[in-house]
Design a protein around this ligand. Structure first.
Ligand SMILES: NC(=O)c1ccc[n+]([C@@H]2O[C@H](COP(=O)([O-])OP(=O)(O)OC[C@H]3O[C@@H](n4cnc5c(N)ncnc54)[C@H](OP(=O)(O)O)[C@@H]3O)[C@@H](O)[C@H]2O)c1
Length: 281
């Protein structure tokens, strides 16, 4: 299957879903992929792998910290470059923090908002002006099923993902008739470095939290499966993509529930912040 884009920029490409997306874009014949993350060595290794496996694709490495305004500005400049336009932007970089919000370091929470929400806003803005002017293009924002209800114990994470889903749905409506599409992807549990990177300072196996233990083995998706459904949905111009048959069912069952019922249910399933903080909630 070939992709409808000549070029793409993928954030959070050094690991997990982002790296799978880059490999798949190359397999599907995209000629140029710009890869963005903080770990330049991992991005260079991915570029070398793609060069060996898919020589028709050139990979451009752009090292940037997207929780930082200067890092965002460098990527915005690349998205705005007229000589080598970007047809597909994938805002995928993100991390989570877990614990009682008031006990977590405020800087980490603010960086989580800066990366998961503000960078998505800024890069979408930089990409969409040129795409709409050209009358073609696509923006994919990787959100989470966590955006459908509050997330006790990960309050900031769920709030950032609610922003991403709602922002993308709004964009999709505004973009009707422009030739440009916006797609929000809502994965459930996916095996990546996410659990080990909780806190946002890069992977730390010591810090791999109880997230792994929160879901049974059958609930975990692979990054490759999420990447494949993501690209299919974006190519079809879909507004929402929930990868995996099981999670599509969860999403459909959850949608008609009143907010109070969702809040009650998730509180019972996941536990209240007070419990996380060692108090009986
Ligand atoms: N895994 C899941 O269960 C799951 C479920 C739902 C949604 N998601 C979402 O899927 C997306 C991808 O996550 P993943 O699961 O693939 O996690 P991952 O394996 O930890 O990958 C996260 C990526 O984001 C990059 N990143 C982190 N902080 C960054 C920063 N400040 N600036 C630039 N890049 C940064 C990381 O690269 P560097 O460390 O090199 O910067 C890495 O490439 C995230 O938005 C996540 O919220 C994941």
């Amino acid at each position: 299957m070939s992709a409808p884009w000549r070029s793409a920029l993928v954030t959070g490409a050094s690991a997990g879903i982002g790296a799978s997306l880059v490999r798949l874009l190359a397999e599907r014949g995209v000629a140029r992929v710009v890869v963005v993350a903080r770990r330049g060595d991992a991005l260079e290794a991915l570029a070398a792998e793609v060069h060996a496996d898919q020589p028709g694709t050139s990979v451009e490495v752009l090292v940037a910290d997207l929780a930082d305004p200067d890092g965002c500005a460098a990527v915005e400049a690349r998205l705005a470059a007229d000589d080598e336009p970007i047809d597909l932007l994938v805002n995928n970089a993100g991390f989570g923090t877990a614990g009682a919000f008031w006990e977590l370091p405020l800087d980490g929470e603010a960086r989580e908002v800066a990366l998961n929400a503000v960078a998505v806003l800024r890069l979408s803005h930089a990409a969409l002006g040129p795409m709409v002017a050209r009358g073609r293009g696509a923006v994919v924002n990787v959100s989470s099923l966590a955006s459908n209800q509050p997330t006790p114990g990960m309050a900031t994470y769920g709030a950032t993902k609610a922003f991403v889903t709602m922002f993308t749905e709004g964009l999709a409506q505004d973009l009707r008739g422009t030739g440009v599409t916006a797609t929000a992807v809502l994965p459930g549990y996916t095996r990546t470095e996410f659990a080990a990177a909780m806190g946002g300072n890069g992977p730390d196996p010591e810090a791999a939290s109880s997230i792994e233990a929160m879901a049974p083995a059958f609930a975990w998706l692979t990054a490759d499966a999420v990447a494949a459904e993501t690209l299919d949905a974006a190519a079809a111009g879909k507004v929402l993509c929930v990868p995996g048959a099981g999670y599509k069912v969860v999403n459909a069952l959850e949608a008609p529930l009143p907010r109070t019922a969702r809040r009650w249910l998730i509180g019972r399933l996941v536990g209240a912040p007070a419990r996380l903080a060692g108090r009986d909630g």
